[in-house]
Each structure stands twice: as structure tokens, then as C-alpha cells.
Design a protein around this ligand. Structure first.
Ligand SMILES: NC(=O)C1=CN([C@@H]2O[C@H](COP(=O)(O)OP(=O)(O)OC[C@H]3O[C@@H](n4cnc5c(N)ncnc54)[C@H](OP(=O)(O)O)[C@@H]3O)[C@@H](O)[C@H]2O)C=CC1
Ligand SMILES: Nc1nc(=O)c2c([nH]1)NC[C@@H]1CN(c3ccc(C(=O)N[C@@H](CCC(=O)O)C(=O)O)cc3)C=[N+]21
Length: 289
């Protein structure tokens, strides 16, 4: 059996269409959704990601405010910037691109963002809501993965899921979202023993390791008919690659996401969706409608 490619470009386009109509509706209420992006330092990969996000915003009618800061930007300066953006009524969403340079603490920074503008879903408030199944602004990558399951009508109830990642951006929020859909979820990480055993016992595997020199998830780790979601990214000889040995794994799996063209475009689409949600719950919208 050869499995099917899960096409993140097709699914993200359908999400973007929905976002576009929501932007139109907001415009009729006098609101132009606006995302503030914050990029510290001169890492070229991060700069490209932020540029891609800004371009995607422009495509659907969301405006952006670009904040590029020097790599020595201090925590105090960052706190003032976040306060400024929190108090700016024309800004509906705030995205602080991660990772941050060493002198800036990620939690200290993201937890200061107003929960109503937290389009990455990283504030303690929004993490708390997510764990109780009441999340509104949820992290983009896991939300994008859930959207893929919905689009392809892949059921989660009762399924054994292994997530190889425990970060705040990917693994932990995805754990909560999948649990909410009645899956039985196991989280693996670098200290896990017998990763292969967990994978072979899984109907669904989500891998988000990255930075690899060789394939991490090979076909001998995948059960016949399993669904494989590849989040990890690495540059190998200048080429963007995932964690998964796609060509061989798809021969055994029922569905696999490619890299590029899988989870990546969904992350951006969900950021747009969250920005529109943030604009809809903003003070000015609530007052005008
Ligand atoms: N396509 C997209 O939209 C996105 C892609 N990404 C990509 O996903 C990857 C993960 O991102 P992020 O969560 O921020 O990064 P982290 O570095 O925080 O997460 C990596 C995770 O992989 C685990 N890990 C590392 N090596 C192994 C191993 N040999 N076996 C099992 N687990 C291992 C780590 O374990 P431990 O916790 O023990 O260190 C950690 O939990 C990156 O490649 C990133 O570029 C991220 C976000 C969006
Ligand atoms: N606050 C914050 N929020 C994030 O969501 C966040 C972050 N910081 N830091 C870095 C990671 C990484 N990330 C990606 C987004 C899109 C693609 C993407 O669109 N990738 C394309 C390919 C792009 C290319 O060719 O380089 C694809 O997979 O098809 C990838 C990775 C978001 N992240």
C-alpha cells in the first residue's frame, strides 16, 4: 500500500480564503486587523520566517507593523516594547519570533503579552485555557496540524498517538489538543528510551525534532497504515528537509506530510486566523458592533 500525501499548501489555501472573508467583515466594522512582528538579532532564517509571515498577512488584507531590534536588545527594552504594543489599540496581534538571544528570557517576554493579543498562544492565560479545553488563541503549529486532521477526515478518537517533542510551541499544546479529541497521547523526547517501540505501537506519529544530519523517522519505526506528521526542519546541503524519510515511509503509512509543503504553510495560515480572532475580540470591535 502506498499512502497519500497530506498537502499543507492546499489546506492552508482554504484556511486563507476563510480568513480573507473574515477580514472583509471586520473592515465593514471599521477594523483592519494588524499584526505586530518583533524580531531580535540578524539570524537570516528567522528574518525569512518573519518576512513570509508578513507577506502572508498582506495576501489576506492584514496589516503588519515590523519591529526589528539589534541582537543586544535588553530585557528591559523588550518589556517596554511589549507594553507599548499591548497599549496600542491599532495592534491586534503580537508575534515575538523565537528563539531569542541569550540575554532575553522567552517566558518573561511572551508572558507579558496581553492574552487578547497573544496570537502564538504562549501566555500563561492562554496555555491554561487550552489545558481546560477552552482555548481561543491556540499555538499555530499544533492548530495547523489539527486542521489537517479535520480536512482529511482522519479520526483521532481512541487512536494511539506519539508526539516526539515537548516544547511549549509544539509538543505540549498538541498533547492537549489531541487529548481533547479523545486520542491516547504519549509524549517522547531526547531522554525517552525505546522511541522505536512507542512509534511502532502508534496509529499516529508527530515528529518535531529538527536539526538532524540524517533521517530520524525511518520506515522500520512505522506501523503499516499509520499517519505520520513531520514538523521538524533542518537545512541539509542548502535544502530544507524534515525528520521523516518521506519516500520510504509513505510506502508503508496511510498519510504523510512532506517538508516543505506540509505543516509549515499551516503554521502561517493559523497565525492569520489567530490575528483575525484577536481583532474580533479586541476592544474596538466589541465597542463598534
Ligand atoms: N514547520 C513548522 O511550522 C514549524 C517547525 N518547527 C520545527 O520543529 C522542530 C522543533 O521545534 P521546537 O519545538 O521549537 O524545538 P525544540 O528544540 O524545543 O524541540 C525539539 C524536541 O525534540 C526532542 N529531541 C531532540 N532530539 C531527539 C531525539 N534524538 N529523540 C527524541 N527526541 C528528540 C527534544 O527533546 P528535549 O526536550 O529532551 O530536548 C525536544 O523536545 C524544529 O526543527 C523547528 O524548526 C517548529 C515550529 C513550527
Ligand atoms: N513566536 C514564534 N512562533 C512560531 O510559530 C515560530 C517561531 N516563533 N519561531 C520559529 C518557528 C518555525 N516556524 C515556521 C513557520 C513556517 C514555516 C514554513 O512555512 N515552512 C515552509 C518552507 C519555508 C522555506 O522554504 O524555508 C514549508 O515547510 O513548506 C516553517 C517554520 C514558526 N515558528
Amino acid at each position: 500500500m502506498t499512502g497519500q500525501k497530506i498537502d499543507g499548501i492546499v489546506v492552508s489555501a482554504s484556511v486563507k480564503e476563510r480568513v480573507k472573508s473574515a477580514v472583509k467583515e471586520l473592515a465593514e466594522n471599521g477594523i483592519i486587523p494588524c499584526l505586530a512582528t518583533v524580531l531580535v538579532g540578524d539570524d537570516p532564517a528567522s528574518a525569512t520566517y518573519v518576512r513570509n509571515k508578513q507577506k502572508a498577512c498582506a495576501d489576506v488584507g492584514i496589516t503588519t507593523k515590523d519591529h526589528k531590534l539589534p541582537s543586544e536588545f535588553s530585557q528591559k527594552e523588550m518589556n517596554s516594547l511589549v507594553n507599548l504594543l499591548n497599549n496600542d489599540d491599532s495592534v491586534h496581534g503580537i508575534l515575538v519570533q523565537l528563539p531569542l538571544p541569550g540575554q532575553l528570557d522567552e517566558f518573561t517576554t511572551t508572558s507579558r503579552i496581553s492574552p487578547l493579543k497573544d496570537v502564538d498562544g504562549l501566555t500563561p492565560h492562554n496555555i491554561g485555557l487550552l489545558t481546560t479545553g477552552r482555548g481561543i488563541l491556540k499555538p499555530c503549529t499544533p492548530s495547523g496540524i489539527m486542521e489537517l486532521f479535520e480536512y482529511y477526515k482522519i479520526p483521532l478518537e481512541g487512536k494511539n498517538v506519539t508526539i516526539i517533542n515537548r516544547s511549549n510551541l509544539v509538543g505540549k499544546p498538541l498533547y492537549n489538543m489531541m487529548l481533547e479529541k479523545n486520542a491516547t497521547v504519549t509524549t517522547c523526547h531526547s531522554k525517552t528510551r525505546n522511541l522505536k517501540e512507542y512509534c511502532l505501537n502508534s496509529d499516529i506519529i508527530v515528529t518535531a525534532i529538527g536539526n538532524r544530519q540524517k533521517f530520524i523517522l525511518t520506515e522500520d519505526m512505522v506501523k503499516e497504515g499509520a499517519v505520520v506528521i513531520d514538523v521538524g526542519t533542518a537545512r541539509l546541503d542548502g535544502k530544507l528537509v524534515g525528520d521523516v524519510d518521506y519516500e520510504n515511509v509513505i510506502k508503508k503509512a496511510s498519510y504523510v506530510t512532506p517538508v516543505p509543503g506540509g505543516v509549515g504553510p499551516m503554521t502561517i495560515a493559523m497565525l492569520l486566523k489567530n490575528t483575525v480572532t484577536a481583532a474580533s475580540i479586541s476592544k474596538e470591535f466589541v465597542q463598534s458592533s
